[in-house]
Design a protein around this ligand. Structure first.
Ligand code: DC
Length: 231
């Protein structure tokens, strides 16, 4: 059976990674969370004092890029892949509100994008991959056989993210999360390099009111059609 490339792009907290992971599991494809890669570089910048308060020292970050290694390792116990920053697992450290608040300016730096897109190309060159992010269908894999563009109402997205962070014990308010989600959308859609935009041939899915199970089956059917060459 042919192995296709599936690109899932969309706004922050639309549940891209949940559905991407489900699809990859079902199809036995590799799943790549590209947001985790931009978050890992942001974590490095925070840890090294390259971001201080609200100030991002772009030149220092660009100079440090050759020292930053971002990779994934497959964990057979949990059946998931873990993001590694210079060899260390940073899966939960990159999910804090602090990283979320600084990641979009980091992701707007062309040198950062160039480095990560090269890694993404390498990971996806054989097909059999589900990759989620902001520019996968437009820049990273413009020839992907299936492109999904996910949206949902901002208040609903903020609510979902707020509950997720609260459940893991983070000390945050709904208003902070709403502010972060909408501010990231603003920066991600207006940056000069690879802004978040729906590819002309992407299928838009608004999941404000959809249950996640239905959404999964809709996207899975689209994937099966593409794999069988029906569309
Ligand atoms: O998917 P996420 O929320 O974890 O992504 C974090 C940030 O990384 C997002 O606000 C923008 C950036 N990003 C990007 O610019 N390009 C990608 N392909 C993935 C994420």
């Amino acid at each position: 059976m042919r192995k296709i490339t599936i690109a899932i792009d969309g706004y922050s907290s639309t549940g891209k990674s949940t559905v991407a992971k489900q699809l990859a599991d079902y199809l036995s494809y590799v799943y790549v969370d590209t947001g985790a890669m931009y978050r890992s570089i942001t974590l490095y910048a925070l840890n090294e004092g390259i971001i201080k308060g609200d100030e991002l020292n772009k030149e220092a970050l660009i100079a440090a890029l050759p020292k930053i290694e971002v990779a994934f390792s497959y964990d057979s116990d949990s059946g998931t892949s873990q993001v590694l920053l210079n060899g260390e697992r940073v899966g939960s450290a990159i999910r804090t509100l602090e990283v979320s608040e600084h990641v979009s300016p980091v992701a707007a730096i062309p040198e950062v994008r160039k480095k990560l897109v090269a890694i993404q190309h390498q990971m996806g060159k054989e097909g059999g991959i589900v990759m989620d992010g902001r520019d996968i269908g437009t820049v990273v894999f413009p020839n992907a056989e299936l492109k999904i563009f996910m949206t949902a109402d901002a208040a609903e997205r903020a609510k979902r993210r707020y509950l997720e962070l609260k459940n893991r014990g983070d000390d945050i308010t709904y208003d902070e999360v709403y502010e972060n989600v909408t501010e990231r959308d603003r920066i991600d859609t207006t940056r000069a390099d690879s802004p978040l935009v729906k590819a002309a041939d992407a299928i838009e899915i608004d999941n404000t009111e959809t249950n996640l199970e239905d959404q999964f089956h809709t996207i899975l059917q689209l994937a099966k059609d593409r794999i069988a060459g029906r569309i």
